[in-house]
Design a protein around this ligand. Structure first.
Ligand code: FMN
Ligand code: COI
Length: 390
């Protein structure tokens, strides 16, 4: 590679390659891994690839509007940053850098309960930017209630309750690496907690994270707790991790404000289906009563279009944000969001859609396509070539 000009990634796969070079192995493996055999990790990408987009022609797209409104929040395009834990492992500014980038790009940022910058630090860093708070429900309901109320007080505008993590999926690399939060970092939302174990992953034989979660997250979490949650906050509640039509229907009955169709980026139940394959049935289940978002495997502007065509109001993106953060901090996150925005804009134009309302179900075509056997084959040709040159 030429040493004269710094290499500028042109897609999110290339950001991952650069991030992998910069990050300690334990951090990269934690960010990148899926559970078990990572079948679902492959499927999340393959399922998008099996859908094709059939464009309409001779449509005036000289004026395009790709802006969106998600739960009443105006966004530059239908894109939300998914919650990912421990972002200071990627960059010293961690969640604060991500929040600043999100605010500048006019997209919603979702902060993880297990962030390495606190709820308040993030709010202070990006007071104007729209922010949601992702909630893990602790066995100790006082801890849970306090988290939600701090988020409400700090100006977050929704609570995203993750419902697919009654236990932590087994990410084998984390077990090998005996994953633990590096000593210089803390779970910043718990530093005032008397119980030190709440702040840190413990040094244990397997993944320290799995041990942390087993001891603190509530595996008895059920629908009744959503009713309870509604009594402790006025904020709208979204359920993250729904894949089933009946669960979607039930969600509308308990009065949540939205659903995120997610398999947690393939990190929980391996062999759970790709989210794009579940989207239409979830949309059917909500019967137009509440908005549906989707995450897991969104890597291209065309993926966003496919999700919208099948009924989502927007998408959430996890790992690519971490890759941008690792490569160039706040600026790297901005560039990754801009890649998604510009691809979405271009692809909408090529599809013949001046606005989001013009994206239609019949533009999506499912192709019968044989499945390559190695995850490596999913890396687009350019990424592979780059990897062999680096
Ligand atoms: C490193 C990492 C950490 C994550 N941490 C959380 C978390 O704290 N809370 C949560 O609800 N989901 C968490 N997720 C899941 C994401 O919110 C999201 O569902 C997933 O990353 C989407 O898939 P993608 O990475 O393919 O875009 C995490 C995902 C990753 C990759
Ligand atoms: C700390 C973990 C529970 C964060 C998470 O959701 C994940 O690693 O997938």
């Amino acid at each position: 590679m030429s040493s004269e000009r710094p290499f500028e990634p042109v897609n999110v796969y290339e950001y991952e390659i650069l991030a992998k070079q910069k990050l300690p192995k334990m951090a990269y493996d934690y960010y990148a891994s899926g559970a078990d055999d990572q079948y679902t990790l492959e499927d999340n990408i393959l399922a998008f690839r099996k859908l094709r987009l059939r464009p309409r022609v001779l449509i005036d797209i000289s004026v395009q509007d790709i802006s969106a409104n998600i739960l009443g929040i105006p966004c530059s395009f239908p894109f939300v940053i998914a919650p990912t834990a421990m972002q200071k492992m990627a960059h010293p500014e961690g969640e604060v850098a991500v929040a600043r980038a999100a605010a500048k790009s006019k997209v919603i940022m979702t902060l993880s309960s297990l962030s390495t910058c606190s709820i308040e630090e993030v709010a202070k860093a990006a007071p104007q930017g729209p922010k949601w708070f992702q909630l893990y429900v602790y066995r100790d309901r006082e801890i849970t209630k306090r988290l939600v109320q701090r988020a409400e007080q700090a100006g977050y505008s929704a609570v995203v309750v993750t419902v697919d993590t009654p236990k932590l999926g087994r990410r084998e690399a984390d077990v090998h690496n005996k994953f633990e939060l590096p000593q210089h970092l803390t779970f910043a939302n718990f530093v005032d907690s008397a119980d030190v174990d709440r702040q840190r992953t413990k040094k244990v034989d397997g993944s320290g994270l799995a041990a942390y979660i087993a001891s603190l997250f509530d595996p008895s979490l059920s629908w009744k707790d959503i009713h309870w949650l509604k009594t402790v906050t006025k904020l709208p509640i979204l359920l993250k991790g729904v894949l089933d039509e009946k669960d979607a229907e039930r969600a509308t009955q308990v009065g949540v404000a939205g659903i995120i169709v997610s398999n947690h980026g393939a990190r929980q139940l391996d062999s759970s289906p790709a989210t794009i394959d579940c989207l239409e049935s979830v949309v059917k289940g909500v019967r137009g009563k509440i908005p549906v978002l989707l995450d897991s495997g969104v890597r291209r502007g065309t993926d966003i279009i496919k999700a919208l065509a099948l009924g989502a109001q927007g998408v959430c993106v996890g790992r690519p944000i971490l890759w941008g953060l690792a490569v160039a901090g706040e600026e790297g996150v901005r560039r990754v969001i801009e890649l998604f925005r510009s691809e979405f804009d271009l692809d909408m134009g090529l599809l013949g859609c001046p606005s989001i309302a013009d994206i239609r179900r019949d533009m999506v075509v499912k192709v019968d396509w044989s499945i390559p056997s190695k995850a490596n084959n999913l890396m687009p040709a350019r990424g592979k070539e780059l990897r062999s040159n680096l």
